[in-house]
Write a protein that binds this ligand. Sequence first.
Ligand code: 4NP
Length: 147
Amino acid sequence: MIKICFVCLGNICRSPMAEFIMKDKIKKLNLEDKYYIESRATSYEEEGNDMHIGAKEILNLNNISYTKHKAKRLEIDDYQKFDYFICMDDSNVRNTINIFENDDFNKVFKLNKENVKDPWYTGNFNETYNDLNEGIDKILRGELNEK
Ligand code: 4NP
């Protein structure tokens, strides 16, 4: 079982979108026994909140199902619970390593070479959806970007 945690700043836009897109793909590929997926925030800004309405709308548009979500910040104990922490941008990588105090087992990665833009600021959920889709297909091909 490969345990993946997607990470963004608030855990209401990018990382839960990535979580549900990947869950949809592994379901369609019959790989549900192989992967375990969750998502987390690096901040407490949105703690306990559901996914952003814009994220839900773009998932609906693309027939990706999702469940009720509760934003949750990473805690230090999460380091041992997952094999990979897949971050959306450079600041998420820095903040994730700060929360864990180190990355001794080289678990922290960035999804794409380019930062995944934050739709909280851009308002462009479609662009983010496409970037996430591309990055997740790379994970499923066994390609991950370094820090
Ligand atoms: P996300 O977007 O990191 O993709 O979930 C954000 C959502 C909320 C905030 C920042 C980014 N915020 O500061 O509340």
